[in-house]
Write a protein that binds this ligand. Sequence first.
Ligand SMILES: [Zn+2]
Length: 297
Amino acid sequence: MPEGPSLRVFHGRSRRLLGAVVQRAGGRTRQLDVRQLEGRQLQQSQVHGKCLFLGFGRGPRSGFTTDPESVSPTGSSVPVSAGGSGISGNPTPNLWLRFHFGLFGSVRCDEFARAKRANKRGDWQDPSPRLVLYFPGDRFLVFYNCRLCVCGDPRLDPHTDVLSREFDKAKALCALQHAQPVCYTLLCQHHFSGLGNIIKNEVLYLSGIHPMSLGSQLSAEKLCTLLEHVLLFSKEWLDNKQKGIGLKYHIYQKDQCPRGHAVKRAELGPPHGLQRSTWWCPVCQPAEHDAPSRPLD
Ligand SMILES: [Zn+2]
């Protein structure tokens, strides 16, 4: 599922239509009667971790005002903060939608996703949107592969969002020190909102830490290094996304690590919890009792 950096990009796209009134709504979602969105103004877009929140209110039935920051076609002007953005002077939205994206979930602005390959029957069938919001001037927002629901006012905690300037490092370090494998703690959205499986695998490799190392057995220095990699990697991924540069993995889905060692893979997760594919290099990321820590080049 998309991780924090992707959500920021989706947020940037939805912001381009802030102030516009939904003329028509479509899509194949059954989680919502989409007609209730028609005639409402898109007033707010907020992002927290892996969730996107859109706020709608009763707006003017015509007219179109855009947020000055939202006009960039690349979304590059979207600030890195967990806060939302809205229209100054407008009333508080009276209808909020929360979006949670599945694997390959996305938001597009003024374009539909096209089939990248033929299906098993040989048909080139374009992905089917869950929700499409049509605005004046042939503008539209399309939402793919997501769960959506009406929710109350989002209560966001920027202190836990790995892409927020207000991220609370001290609190995060305490969480990492728990006597459980660090690869479980990293995926806990209460402490590391927006951090997903790709970031988990990559930062553990970059820190030279075995995924099953207990946080309580790692030195404070190692945990600080891990935390710095979490923040840096997430930020760089977002910056690259906004420039249209793809991410090159060090370890995720790799057979060999960058130093040429064979990579191991296992499904790891808390008992009775979600097991997630984990890749690690047994040489660069030795278990704590296997070998002394080594500097990573
Ligand atoms: Zn290696």
